[in-house]
Design a protein around this ligand. Structure first.
Ligand SMILES: *Cc1c(COP(=O)(O)O)cnc(C)c1O
Length: 397
């Protein structure tokens, strides 16, 4: 598992580049979700793709200490990894059944979303799980991606009934297409399609647990909350509303800090060209710092001559190309730096801050991709949640 291979909780420091994951901030952000939806609505953290790159196991362990009653992943194997790490809460599997794994899913109490009736019914009919398999029917209320059309739900439920006791439909779920843009009309339309579906007698009589909201839904659209919600990105400290106006006003705490240290400093005259392709040439006598991080760690190559880093709380430009293992930073304006000086690539340093959203802007992408791209080569250090943070009395930092 990538999270196992890349987690170094002890041992001597190797090259001085690492990311810090503040589990107290993850817990705080989970509380923001819980407070947002109110009591009676379940909050199942989404820890797919190794918790968006930050480490599914440590994140899930912290959130279960904080009282999470279920989790969500994309893949069956991600669910298996949670079980192997001792996570005992129910785990929803977004991408459904994968062939021969029904027995394993049932044995491990993993709960797939079903969206492809013909295939799903065939796989389930051939399976002989010892324990009942709990499933959620996923309906496409307007996302235009995975899901059963609303008109086919009733027939699917009846067909699932005919499989007998070993398959239990416990939930009905759907996913929002445009909730991150608060004024788009599609969210209310999707909510209405779901409401109509829930009013159909064959659906209503089953008392299914209903889930529609992701982070943007639960924070921005109260009518999407239903019985349980599936927050992902907000737990990891990024606003689901970026770059909409007001995207910062979510009360979330940043989770990720990415740091390194200067490993070489050069004083050079004007007219010196830097690194592969000589894409940057000094225009004045300069001091150039080499930082041991590169696109091999997920520091995107497009940040060459575009990105900035923080040193002593101030911003300095990345000059020349981003290499696989190195970047060059122009530190001419800060005489105090030496080899070993700390460099922050993402997160806070003193009064300075490079947030995930800013890096996303530099790259023309979304915060999700910025953190999912953090390389498996980077050691991840976990700052544990304090007792106060776990108890929900953390200050808003
Ligand atoms: C990834 C995902 C989520 C979480 O979305 P965020 O925007 O990160 O909160 C919820 N539901 C489904 C089906 C997903 O694929």
């Amino acid at each position: 598992m990538p999270n196992q291979a890349t987690t170094r909780e002890s041992g001597p420091p190797l090259r001085p580049t690492w990311i810090e994951v503040d589990l107290g901030a993850v817990v705080h952000n989970f509380r923001v979700a819980q407070t947002g939806v109110g009591t009676g609505v379940g909050v199942w953290p989404v820890v797919k793709a190794n918790s968006y790159g930050l480490g599914a196991i440590p994140v899930a362990k912290a959130l279960r200490q904080a009282g999470a009653t279920g989790f969500c992943v994309a893949l069956l194997e991600e669910g298996v990894a949670l079980r192997e790490a001792g996570i005992e809460e129910p785990v929803a599997i977004f991408s459904g059944l994968s062939g021969a794994c029904v027995e394993q899913a049932a044995a491990m109490q993993l709960e797939p979303f079903l969206f492809e009736p013909a295939t799903d019914l065939q796989i389930l009919a051939a399976a002989t799980p010892e324990r009942p398999l709990r499933v959620h029917v996923k309906v496409d209320t307007g996302m235009g991606r995975l899901g059963v059309p609303p008109a086919d739900v009733e027939a699917f439920l009846l067909a699932l009934d005919r499989l007998g006791e070993q398959v239990r439909v416990v939930g009905l779920v759907s996913h929002l297409a445009c909730a991150d843009e608060k004024k788009r009309p599609e969210t209310a339309r999707q909510a209405a399609v779901l409401r109509d579906l829930l009013a159909q007698p064959e659906v209503a009589r089953r008392k299914l647990r209903v889930s529609l909201a992701n982070s943007a839904g639960l924070l921005g659209h109260p009518m999407t909350r239903h019985d349980w919600v599936r927050p992902g990105i907000m737990l990891y400290g990024a606003s689901p509303f970026y770059p909409e106006e007001g995207w910062r006003e979510t009360g979330l705490r940043p989770v990720v800090t990415w740091r390194s240290r200067i490993i070489q400093l050069h004083a050079v005259p004007a007219g010196i060209s830097v690194s592969y392709g000589h894409s940057f040439t000094t225009s004045r006598p300069s001091r150039l710092a080499q930082i041991p991080v590169g696109y091999g760690d997920g520091y995107n190559r497009r940040l060459g001559n575009r990105g900035e880093v923080l040193i002593a709380g101030r911003r300095f430009p990345v000059v020349g190309r981003v290499c696989m293992d190195l970047i060059t930073v122009d530190v001419t304006d800060l005489p105090a730096v030496t080899v070993g000086t700390s460099v922050t690539l993402l997160g806070a340093d003193g009064a300075g801050m490079i947030d995930i959203e800013e890096m996303a802007t530099w790259l023309g992408t979304i915060p999700y991709e910025v953190i999912c791209a953090l390389g498996t080569r980077l050691p991840r250090r976990y700052l544990r949640a304090t007792a106060d943070e776990l108890a929900g009395v953390s200050s808003n930092g």
